[in-house]
Design a protein around this ligand. Structure first.
Ligand code: ATP
Length: 767
């Protein structure tokens, strides 16, 4: 490219940066003004909150005043934060104002127009767009179109134009470091550059190099269910984060960041992606792991984690596995739904509400109240009405009780301080006579006495969801390959675990579903978008429950069936049809990403050769060294090799991860290498990635990436058959630049049986 071009472009950059700098100065002043205003109002509010409360009238006035003040504080805080955001955005733009340029010509008679695209818009004082936000409708041409006629969507309908030039820039500190003209959607040269860099502690946005298929994911506003199946490292997570930024821009007036929820695989991952949205000028969405979500709803019970379930996977019998699969199916959830909706009051697990050793409300009374509700109401509505009725009865009972001698006795024994406490909010003389005042206190004493009953009603404690779930299991049609003995054993096991306040994960979601359907609650109707990353690790039952919990959301499920650690691979189309059925969605779309960006060409080629359908994966052409396999014949030698390799990699690469099959292995490695490597052993409670060597079981490495990966003990003994391909594939694809595998003894057939794999490997028998 002629350097003249670059000079001209640099002049434009200088000019734009100059204007941005001036805007920064102006905005800085506005910010200071807003900040001072906030301080002033807050101080004023502070003074007002210390007013005298003695007189009732004063109090009312003060409350109204305070409310007004509080409103004012919120308003100024909000304006300050808007100006602060603007300032941050301008500062980012001043460093790198844009990354793309498109020249378009609507008709041959028009002069081509040059548009520059960056992470946010910048408009000069004369309303000229010097930079277009990457999410503006016109910017989609940059990501989608090759030169020639192109179409793009606008709120007013489809438009078309002629794309004459597409140029990419790498600008930092206001200087163009690189620029390329390209006919491709976003040229590989730029990608090579970005991908060749070392791993950052946190994930970076991909705004300047979004690929066409990723752009389809990002800009979809039509479908209610979007399923993205993409090979490892194809940018699924990157694309959905960009999508969230896009949605927040697209629906600015109706969508807030906290109306979007992302289910992420673990806390490390949550931390890893936490910078992407802020780097695009947006607030982070809500994030939760499945474990946190279920634990929160299962107060009081310890729920088995996905990781614990995974650790036990190897030792489970075929029949037990059938039961497990059954409980994780859509069919099982549907059975629960049908069961709940056809349940007769006589079969409901009501229980007495007890106080002082007697049944204040007998379960039969409760049952009768429930049974007297209109037949057509949903169970949860009947339940709510039952609660209301019980409260009514309780209130009447409290009034009657207030006249009883035991209450009189208690009043007589009150000291003056206790008496005064009961009178708070009621000035002396506000009652007609002494009896009136005494009754007022008597009612409070009786209410206090029956508080437990009130709480039990309020919390729905007159219904036992665990017993109900067991009754459900007793009557359900379990799969034919499961014997009656095994099924009943599983019910017993559920019961025994419950005694210990524990529950297995495959029972947790159906139980929660049953409870919510029976008693209501558990639903957040405010949430608008649901994202589930690493969806292959979720059962359909879990997804059904999550959707039930966020009923008004558009659903986005992102995953890679080949990386299934916890269950078998499922064909994406088959999965989509199951999901469509489970969610009853009308508008759905499956987007498949086949190109893998994370790893070098040799690593991706090796990883894909382990898979039966690996040829579908397209490796991005980034050169690098061949993966290496080190074979040793006893554990000590293997450990030596591991230490040497880790030291070497630490010198050459940034982050080094030793990844194991399970926690036990990780713990043992940590112990054995501690003095030599000072590694960090990561657990599922960790929320940030330390520097240096890290050791972790594969399920904690989900969604993450490292400059160098060492896969521990890929032997036949450890990974005996193709059931383990998902684990080995996931481990290999965490590596960006370097992959080493260590085997104690014969290598796993998953690796060895793939002739391509062995051809691609550098095999090392001595070191
Ligand atoms: N268009 C792109 N431009 C630049 N980098 C990209 C692009 N797409 C993906 N990448 C990079 O590739 C790597 C993998 O991306 P990401 O983690 O989003 O993939 P993934 O499909 O979610 O992976 P996995 O399923 O293996 O966890 C990241 O380093 C990301 O920055």
């Amino acid at each position: 490219m002629a350097s003249k071009d670059q000079e001209n472009e640099q002049r434009r950059v200088d000019d734009v940066v100059n204007k941005i700098d001036k805007r920064i100065d102006k905005t800085q002043l506005e910010y200071e003004k807003a900040h001072n205003e906030t301080k002033r109002v807050q101080q004023n509010y502070g003074n007002n909150t210390s007013v005298n409360y003695v007189e009732v009238d004063d109090r009312i006035e003060t409350a109204a005043d305070l409310q007004q003040q509080r409103g004012l504080v919120n308003k100024v805080v909000q304006s300050e934060s808007i100006v602060k955001n603007q300032l941050d955005t301008y500062k980012k733009l001043a460093d790198s104002p844009y990354f793309g340029r498109i020249d378009i010509q609507d008709s041959p008679d028009d002069k081509p127009e040059s548009l520059y695209i960056g992470t946010a818009s910048f408009v000069d004082n004369k309303e000229n767009f010097l930079v277009y936000d990457w999410r503006a409708p016109i910017s989609s041409i940059y990501y989608n179109g090759t030169l020639g006629k192109v179409a793009y969507k606008t709120p007013a309908g489809n438009q078309s134009t002629n794309l004459k030039l597409k140029r990419q820039f790498q600008i930092s500190h206001g200087k163009i470091n690189n620029m390329f003209d390209t006919n491709e959607t976003v040229g590989d040269e730029m990608l090579q550059n970005v991908l060749g860099q070392q791993h950052d502690e946190v994930m970076q946005n991909i705004v300047s190099t979004i690929q066409k298929e990723q752009n389809d994911i990002i800009r979809d506003t039509y479908n209610d269910l979007l399923v993205v199946q993409g090979v490892a490292g194809s940018g699924k997570t990157s694309a959905i984060l960009q999508r969230i930024a896009f949605l927040l821009y697209h629906s600015r007036s109706s969508l807030q960041a906290d109306q979007i929820i992302l289910f992420s695989p673990n806390r490390l991952f949550s931390h890893y992606i936490s910078d992407v949205l802020p780097s695009l000028g947006e607030r982070n969405m809500r994030q939760v792991t499945l474990q946190e979500f279920i634990d929160h709803r299962m107060e009081g019970l310890k729920v088995e984690s996905l990781f614990e379930q995974y650790e036990k996977k190897d030792v489970i019998s075929d029949e037990a596995k059938s039961i497990h699969d059954f409980k994780e199916s859509h069919q099982y959830m549907q059975m629960i739904y049908d069961y709940v909706n056809n349940l007769k009051p006589a079969d409901m697990a009501f229980q007495d509400i007890m106080i002082d050793g007697y049944a204040f409300f007998d379960s039969d009374v409760i049952r009768d109240i429930y049974a007297s509700q209109p037949k057509l109401l949903k169970p949860a509505e009947k339940f709510l009405r039952t609660k209301n009725r019980l409260i009514e009865i309780l209130k009447k009972r409290v009034e009657v009780e207030a006249y009883k001698p035991w209450v009189d006795n208690e009043i007589d024994q009150l000291n003056s301080e206790q008496y005064h406490d009961f009178m708070i909010g009621h000035e002396l003389g506000s009652f007609q006579d002494e009896d009136d005042e005494r009754f007022f206190i008597a009612k409070q004493i009786a209410t206090q006495h029956f508080r437990k009953v009130y709480d039990a009603i309020f919390n729905g404690a007159f219904f036992d969801p665990y017993v109900q779930y067991m009754r459900f299991m007793h009557q359900v049609n379990y799969p034919i390959d499961v014997s009656s003995a095994e099924w009943h054993k599983s019910i017993k096991a559920f019961d025994s675990l419950l005694e210990l306040h524990r529950i297995k994960l495959d029972n947790a979601t159906p139980l929660l579903y049953l409870r919510d359907l029976m008693v209501g609650g558990g639903q957040n109707r405010n949430m608008q978008y649901l994202f589930v990353d690493e969806m292959q690790d979720y059962s359909i039952a879990q997804l059904v429950y999550i959707k039930h919990a966020f009923p008004n959301t558009k659903i986005n499920l992102i995953g890679d069936s080949e990386q299934a650690l916890f269950k078998e691979v499922q064909a994406p189309e088959e999965l989509l049809s199951k999901l469509n059925e489970a969610f009853a969605t009308k508008k759905s779309r499956l987007i498949t990403l086949r190109r893998s960006y994370r790893s070098t060409y040799p690593i991706t080629n090796f990883a894909k050769s382990m898979l039966p359908n690996g040829d579908d994966i397209e490796a991005f052409n980034r050169p690098g060294k061949d993966p290496e396999i080190i074979i040793r014949y006893d554990e000590d030698q293997a450990m030596d090799a591991l230490i040497k390799t880790a030291k070497r990699e630490l010198k050459e690469e940034g982050t080094v991860a030793i990844i194991t099959k399970n926690l036990k292995e990780a713990e043992s490695l940590h112990q054995h290498t501690y003095h030599e490597l000072h590694p960090n052993l990561l657990s599922d409670t960790d929320s940030s990635l330390p520097k240096g060597v890290v050791i972790m079981p594969i399920y904690l490495a989900k969604g993450l990436e490292f400059d160098s990966v060492i896969s521990w003990n890929v032997s036949e003994e450890n990974y005996p058959n193709e059931k383990y391909v998902g684990i080995l594939y996931t481990i290999a694809t965490r590596a960006m630049h370097s992959l080493t595998m260590i085997s104690i003894g014969k290598v796993s057939p998953v690796i060895a049986n793939s002739h391509l794999a062995m051809e691609n490997l550098k095999i090392n028998h001595s070191m």
